[in-house]
Ligand binder design. Structure first.
Ligand SMILES: *Cc1c(COP(=O)(O)O)cnc(C)c1O
Length: 449
């Protein structure tokens, strides 16, 4: 089949996420036949560099041989089993590893990021209720994004997704964020946060944050000191801290988890996206024995957390996650002639060390964007790099123009409004980075023509 044929059948039946479907009257939908490494390939052999890791999920490339083999192995043994009253090898292995990595004690599974957010806010609220306190509100950050289900949207603050549903959302209280990573802005924002805490803390169960980078919120970045300050406020006012590391976990910000850079431990940590290396839907809520024990009692006290999802802790998803953790543990980058290769059980640069090299190379390469008159700011945290253009009227949809330019030239960029960003799989190589960056550069430059 050709691209056109697939597109027509697709548009006859499918309703795609985060899309005004009428756009596809002029915007081609891209049918992908296969993918390898950073490349997606359509049905006519055109290749696209996946500069956004297929919505921030992919870490070690598409069709990664190691992860493929581990999923196949699991598939021959057990595809799925109910996780209430039953368990399996992949889940116990994964939970033990995640707890060791993060310092948490308990793992609650779900199958997507938004569900993990729902679970954390329910658990936090329920914890206080089990302790005899009803605290119906949540604090969240200005410009935050935590997913699309009703509870997750409620604690989010991106108007584009939220405003339409305002009448049916639950109430939450927004805390201002710093404008940038500077000390002054951080201190100013923390001072304002304190005022909000003082006013509302009695009715609040938890503060939910995206540590270091608000990805869906146009890749806004703040300092580790900001989250450290928020942790201190939560301690002082006895409120839980929920760290939503769904997008930033697994090395995206430079450290394995973003909270490490602030040397803090939240009460709940949420992981999804990179958890399975971008293979299968899975998410976890990590928490402490302190939280867990507030639910642990005789059945008749009716304090159990009765939340569930059908596909909780799916064994194939857990196998992909274990394979991903194997690569973090044992994967080493070695240079062979001009090329870098990722090998298991070798001597060489670790994943995070190699990422450091990659992010520096990206940062050095994007300095030239500063010379473009329509670029306002460039910023980077680890493997997340953003280029903010000037404030074009939103109706001009300049991001979409850059997206189209990228596709025509073999790069999948998916700008957020006026912000073009790079969040590639960690296996991206220099020549691919050059192509990704030069294409974005030419795409932004072309807006002036
Ligand atoms: C993507 C995302 C979510 C939602 O995850 P889904 O799997 O898309 O439901 C929640 N929080 C953050 C920070 C995210 O980036």
């Amino acid at each position: 089949m050709k691209n056109q044929e697939i597109m027509e059948i697709d548009l006859k039946y499918n309703w795609h996420p985060c899309t005004q479907m009428k756009d596809h009257e002029f915007l081609p939908l891209i049918p992908i036949k296969k993918a390898k490494g950073v490349y997606l390939e359509d049905f006519e052999g055109n290749r696209y560099i996946d500069a956004i890791s297929s919505w921030w999920v992919n870490l070690f490339g598409h069709s990664n041989e190691y992860i493929n083999s581990k999923i196949k192995e699991q598939l021959e043994k057990l595809e799925h089993v109910i996780f209430a009253g039953f368990t399996h090898e992949q889940a116990i292995r994964l939970s033990k590893r995640l707890c060791k990595l993060t310092g948490f004690d308990k793992v609650f599974y779900a199958d997507n990021g938004s569900s993990a957010v729902e679970i954390a806010i329910k658990m936090s609220f329920h914890y206080w209720k089990n302790k005899g306190k009803v605290r119906p509100l949540f604090f969240s950050l200005e410009n935050s994004y935590h997913g699309e289900t009703i509870g997750a949207l409620s604690v989010g603050d991106v108007g584009l997704y939220k405003d339409t549903y305002k009448e049916i959302l639950i109430k939450n209280i927004t805390i201002p964020i710093p404008k940038d990573k500077s000390k002054e802005e951080t201190q100013k924002a923390l001072k304002k946060a304190r005022e909000v805490f003082e006013k509302h803390y009695k009715d609040v169960s938890a503060l939910i944050i995206e540590p270091l980078v608000q990805c869906a919120g146009y890749m806004k970045m703040h300092s580790p000191e900001f989250i450290k300050g928020l942790r201190e406020l939560c301690n002082e006012f006895d409120i839980h801290l929920i760290a939503d590391e769904i997008a930033v976990g697994f090395g995206r910000t430079g450290s394995m988890f973003a909270c490490e850079q602030a040397h803090i431990k939240p009460d709940f940590m949420l992981l999804s996206k990179g958890l399975t290396g971008g293979y299968l839907p899975l998410s976890v809520v990590l928490t402490t024995n302190e939280i867990y024990s507030a639910f642990y009692c005789d059945y008749t006290e009716l304090k159990a957390f009765l939340h569930s999802h059908s596909y909780t802790a799916n064994p194939l998803g857990c196998a992909a996650a274990n394979a991903t953790l194997d690569i973090f543990e044992k994967g080493r980058w070695v240079q062979e002639k001009e090329k870098w290769k990722l090998k298991i059980d070798n001597k060489g640069l670790s994943i995070l060390e190699f990422n450091k090299k990659t992010s520096k190379y990206i940062w050095d390469s994007i300095q030239k964007f500063k010379d473009l008159p329509n670029v306002k700011e460039i910023r980077q945290t680890g493997m997340i790099t953003a280029i903010e253009m000037i404030d074009y009227p939103w109706q001009e949809r300049v991001g979409l123009k850059v997206y189209e330019y990228g596709l025509k030239n073999g790069v999948l960029l998916r700008p957020l409004g006026n912000v073009i960003y790079f969040m590639p799989p960690y296996i991206i190589q220099k020549d691919e980075i050059d192509k990704m960056i030069n294409t974005a550069y030419e795409g932004i430059k072309a807006l002036n023509d």
